[in-house]
Design a protein around this ligand. Structure first.
Ligand SMILES: NC(=O)c1ccc[n+]([C@@H]2O[C@H](COP(=O)([O-])OP(=O)(O)OC[C@H]3O[C@@H](n4cnc5c(N)ncnc54)[C@H](OP(=O)(O)O)[C@@H]3O)[C@@H](O)[C@H]2O)c1
Length: 317
């Protein structure tokens, strides 16, 4: 498993990160089981993964709780825990609102620490931009937590360049977490070059396009209502068909290297200059067993070109 430095922070993290959203059990269907999540985390440690990405909002704290349980016997300095603030839920757990007020950023960290069974967070991120609070005010709160040593590094997620610039005028910014995969490349034009120029680490989320790039779905893929992929445009009609055809061809290409298409998708993300880590969303041990292996695959120029040709041929995305 290769490691990379996260921006200008002191953190060196595994290039495959463990994505803990599904562990929260909301949005991801009805097949997530806590015991399997815990077993998957333990297996991932054996496979060299040391970076775990969760959020307060994933399952209204459930993901943090399960991750805390899975890691409780591991020496704290051997794991790097990232979580996210800035999404607040009501007691009935019926709605989630953005809240990046300094008060919420600071007070919600206490809940995270308790659920994660730790006294500091390695990377604390603002989950989504909250336009109702000046970014500089949110940044002051993050800087204070950083200066106090309660968080070791500062990150944001889903921010634009302008939003990052405002934030950085007050607080060092170590990472951005945007969506990025072979099928989702919106950050290529502005955000990626900006992060490269400013040495901001990039944690790619949904790097397997929420499972589409694993090769297990075909044109007839459907999901229960409890699975957020049910209404997603990438999974509908002609677009799904084009994507599935491209995935099939990429699977054949991966096979010539003795690899799987999920590994190809993750290795492709890691081959893009400026990328620090691909967050592999995981439900079960066998999934992370497969995806962790992408952490030592450096794609050569020819393979990268072959992948581009397949994507273009099918108009995938
Ligand atoms: N900051 C944000 O706003 C944000 C948003 C999204 C995600 N994230 C982060 O990024 C992480 C990863 O993103 P993601 O979970 O959305 O998508 P992803 O990593 O692209 O896909 C994850 C899904 O793919 C399937 N899968 C994973 N490994 C597999 C394997 N080896 N074989 C077959 N299927 C496999 C699983 O679903 P099935 O088994 O049901 O197919 C899994 O839940 C999240 O866990 C979270 O930490 C952050």
């Amino acid at each position: 498993m290769q490691h990379r430095q996260l921006g200008t922070s002191d953190l060196s993290i595994s290039v495959i990160g463990y994505g803990c959203w599904a562990m929260g059990k909301t949005f991801w269907g009805d097949d997530v089981v806590d015991e399997e999540s815990i077993a998957a985390v333990k297996l991932s440690l054996q496979r060299g993964i040391d970076f775990f990405d969760t959020a307060q909002a994933y399952g209204y704290g459930h993901s943090e709780r399960v991750l805390g349980e899975a890691l409780k016997d591991v020496p704290r300095d051997q794991v790097i825990i990232a979580t996210k603030t800035g999404l607040e839920w009501d007691d009935a757990q019926e709605k989630i609102d953005r809240n990046s007020s300094p008060e919420y950023i600071v007070s919600s960290l206490e809940g995270s620490l308790e659920r994660l069974q730790t006294d500091y967070v390695d990377l604390y991120q603002i989950h989504w931009p909250d336009e109702s609070v000046p970014f500089t005010e949110s940044a002051v709160a993050m800087k204070e937590l950083h200066d106090a040593g309660k968080i070791k590094a500062v990150g944001v997620s889903n921010f634009s360049v302008e939003q990052m610039e405002a934030f950085m005028s007050v607080c060092p910014l170590h990472s951005l977490q945007p969506p990025y995969s072979l099928l989702t490349r919106d950050i290529d034009t502005e955000i990626l070059p900006f992060c490269r120029e400013n040495n901001i680490g990039i944690l790619a989320y949904s790097p397997m396009a929420r499972g589409l790039l694993t090769g297990k779905y075909d044109e007839s893929a459907t999901f229960p209502e409890t699975d957020g992929r049910a209404g997603s445009p990438m999974w509908q009609g002609e677009r799904l068909k084009r994507n599935v055809e491209a995935v099939r061809e990429m699977a054949a290409l991966a096979e010539t290297h003795g690899r799987t298409v999920a590994q190809l998708a993750l290795a492709w993300v890691l081959a893009q200059p400026g990328l620090t880590c691909a967050l592999a969303g995981t439900k079960r041990p066998n999934q992370i067993e497969e995806t962790a292996e992408a952490g030592d695959w450096n794609l050569d120029a020819e393979t990268l070109q072959q992948v581009e040709t397949i994507i273009e041929k099918h108009g995938a995305g």
